[in-house]
Design a protein around this ligand. Sequence first.
Ligand SMILES: [Zn+2]
Ligand SMILES: [Zn+2]
Ligand SMILES: [Zn+2]
Length: 312
Amino acid sequence: MDVLPCPTCGIRVFPESCLCANGHEIAYDARARTLVEAAAAPCCANRDRLGCSWTAAAEGELCLSCATTTVVPDLSAPGAEALFAATEAAKRWVLNGLMRLGWFLGETPELPEFRLMSEKIKGRRQVVMMGHADGVITLNIMEADPATAIRRKQEFDEPIRSMIGHVRHETAHFLHDRLGREQPGFLPAFRNLMGDERADYGEALERYYDQGPPPGWQDTHISEYAAAHPHEDWAESAANALHLEDLAQSAAELGIRVEGETMLDRAQTAGIGLNHMCRALGQPDPYPMVISPAVREKIEFALSWLDRRRRG
Ligand SMILES: [Zn+2]
Ligand SMILES: [Zn+2]
Ligand SMILES: [Zn+2]
């Protein structure tokens, strides 16, 4: 994530903030990648309610990110509004990172549509299946609840489970569809590396939940779930590619020098360093993923297609 100067005092601040450290009200123009004075620009209609810092096209309208939410969750359960805000923040973070890589710009940005649901609604629970289908992404805002996230990290043995991770994973499915339609070389190269995504998805998932991943999956896949089907291999590899790209770019923005020849080298060094620093504070490793040579090839592949700046 970029760190940008406040237009009033020049102090550097993350664009997710509505205030700089000196108390100036700022807003983020995501297309121009700059901070502006909040009083001088139309701000997103969700600014006061959800803390969205982005600008909008006109006063009273939603920003590009908030406007992708077509289903707003039931907010009747206590704390739901804060989880809604946290989910929107994760979505902004991911979309902003993808815009930096060249996605969702131009006249027709072709964004996914997001349905935000809550498994917990007043007095009862409902099942919310997170996923992507035909450009529509469903997210469960309860996943933004820290206690729920920790419980599920253990339950599903997913050490980096997070709302940003969910948004990256599901958006990666959406981008797979777009790459398949827009880039003639993508699908053959993808099938060559990760397998044929036309294989029966329902059957593959049933087999995965019945028998688990194949033995030795660690050598070839970033996670157990990635081994379930080529679509999930892509989504998991792409989500990790976006995590690592953001990690290396954030370190560079903050002026932290990290050794390494390629961006991925620097990201891995930064990840190891970050784990070490967190241990100093008695905190768990934030990025404990093991990246085998085969997995690294998949992450490099995903990055080469996700970074549109490389393709002109
Ligand atoms: Zn300022
Ligand atoms: Zn907004
Ligand atoms: Zn998936």
